[in-house]
Design a binder for this molecule. Structure first.
Ligand code: GUN
Ligand code: ZN
Length: 428
């Protein structure tokens, strides 16, 4: 059945510019497969006459926006948010690997999967590219839970066959066979997608990376996800382990792991050759600023990314990241962009930050026109925001003189209290 919602409406054009209707109308209807999609959107005055058959739901004072897209998050790290450590490698050893060991158990995986999806939706995140653990049970649990909720979600079994403790380390042959089985079982089922997931180069043998690259070539519309150039100790370790590659990023290229739909978290300690390699291969960076600030990893170079023009978008990286909230991530991205001691500093516009967490993130995932926007044809994953959710935000948003001021008020002062409703595009 066709439905319409009348409120302020935020969308983006193909160039990433914001389109804002103060009195907007969003019309959604099932497609031939029964999935709810946007069929019309714009100002109420222009759109309403084309749909005399529907009585809109009126949402005065509210803003309709696309659901947020989180380009990199770890569902098994939900419970280790806020674990302090002297940088990435001790954090992995002392908190992350012990926590991930428990995901061998299907019941634990299923319980945390529900908590994780509840948190995403409460914070307005409708799609995420998510790490599971090295245990197939963790992948099955998350896919099953997301399918039940009809969410678009991408995940995969972590590949880590060396430099990892018992309990998370996998076996080379078995890990690749399990990955292929999971691709066949889940990729393209309803709204689910599979990501081939080597944890990072230091915890995979050459044989495992080679096998991952072969699967990535054979299943060309799957995703690839990993980490790169997050922390200086990690970069040094990767360079020692793979001395023949031009750079840490070059390791992934050498094993056939850079292509469209490949997404690397962090991408901080890059040179321009790395940036050009990202661009040439249409590989994307998942920028994770709350994690980078929390673990003291460094600052993503937004100027370099824009200058070379390679794909990038925003991510929470929970549990290295400190919040599921896209508002917190956008604010941290602004801080990281401003930082001008280790790289050129710049001020990212609020609408740019928002784009990087919605339509821009969707573009980086190869899902433009499917999610991350409210243009006709997009799946109807959207949010109802209350810009007066807190007293101070109500004052700031009421006095905003422009769209940029309004969006900045939300980014700086907003959190889950702003998310009044998260709507998932249903089928049937
Ligand atoms: N590098 C390898 N594994 C991880 C992880 O779980 N989190 C982060 N932030 N970096 C990693
Ligand atoms: Zn990560």
């Amino acid at each position: 059945m066709k439905k319409a919602y009348r409120a302020s409406l935020l969308r983006f054009d193909d160039a990433g510019r914001p389109l804002f209707d103060t009195d907007g109308l969003l019309v959604v209807a099932p497609d031939a497969q029964g999935r709810e999609r946007v069929v019309d959107a714009g100002s109420h005055g222009a759109v309403q006459p084309r749909h005399p058959d529907v009585e809109p739901e009126r949402l005065p004072g509210r803003i309709l926006t696309p659901g947020f897209v989180d380009m990199h998050i770890h569902f098994p790290q939900t419970d280790i948010i806020g674990a302090p450590a002297d940088g990435l490698l001790p954090w992995l050893e002392n908190y992350t690997f012990p926590a991930e060991t428990r995901f061998a158990e299907a019941a634990h995986s299923a319980e945390v999967a529900e908590v994780f999806l509840d948190e995403l939706l409460r914070h307005g995140v409708t799609t995420s590219l998510t790490f599971a653990t090295s245990h197939p049970a963790s992948v099955n649990a998350l896919f099953s839970a997301a399918r039940h909720r009809q969410m678009r979600l991408i995940t995969g079994k972590v590949l880590q066959d060396r430099h990892s403790p018992d309990g998370v380390r996998d076996d080379t042959e078995r890990s690749l066979a399990d990955t292929e089985d999971l691709i066949r079982r889940w990729h393209g089922v309803d709204r689910l997608g599979y990501a081939i997931t080597p944890r990072f180069a230091p915890t995979s043998t050459e044989a495992q990376l080679r096998g991952a690259g072969e699967l990535a070539a054979r299943y060309a519309d799957t995703w690839i996800q990993s980490h790169v150039a997050e922390n200086k100790d990690e970069v040094k370790w990767a360079r020692e382990l793979f001395p023949a590659s031009r750079s840490y990023l070059g390791v992934y290229d050498d094993f056939g792991l850079m292509r469209e739909r490949a997404v690397y978290a962090h991408c901080i300690h890059f040179d321009d050759d790395d940036r050009h390699l990202m661009r040439a291969t249409r590989t994307a960076a998942a920028v994770s600023p709350t994690s980078n600030l929390f673990l003291g990893s460094g600052f993503f170079d937004f100027e370099g990314a824009q200058r070379v023009d390679y794909l990038h978008g925003l991510a929470s990286d929970v549990g290295g990241g400190t919040s599921f909230s896209p508002f917190h991530t956008m604010l941290a991205a602004y801080y990281a962009g401003r930082e001008g001691q280790t790289k050129p500093g710049l001020s990212l516009a609020p609408s740019r930050l928002w784009w990087l967490h919605t339509a821009g993130a969707a573009q980086a995932l190869g899902l433009s026109g499917t999610i991350g926007n409210l243009q006709p044809g997009c799946e109807a994953d959207f949010l109802v925001l209350d810009p007066a959710a807190t007293p101070l935000l109500a004052r700031k948003s009421a006095n905003a003189a422009s769209l940029e001021e309004l969006l900045f008020a939300l980014i700086v002062l907003g959190d889950d209290r702003v998310i009044e409703r998260t709507v998932i595009a249903r089928a049937g």
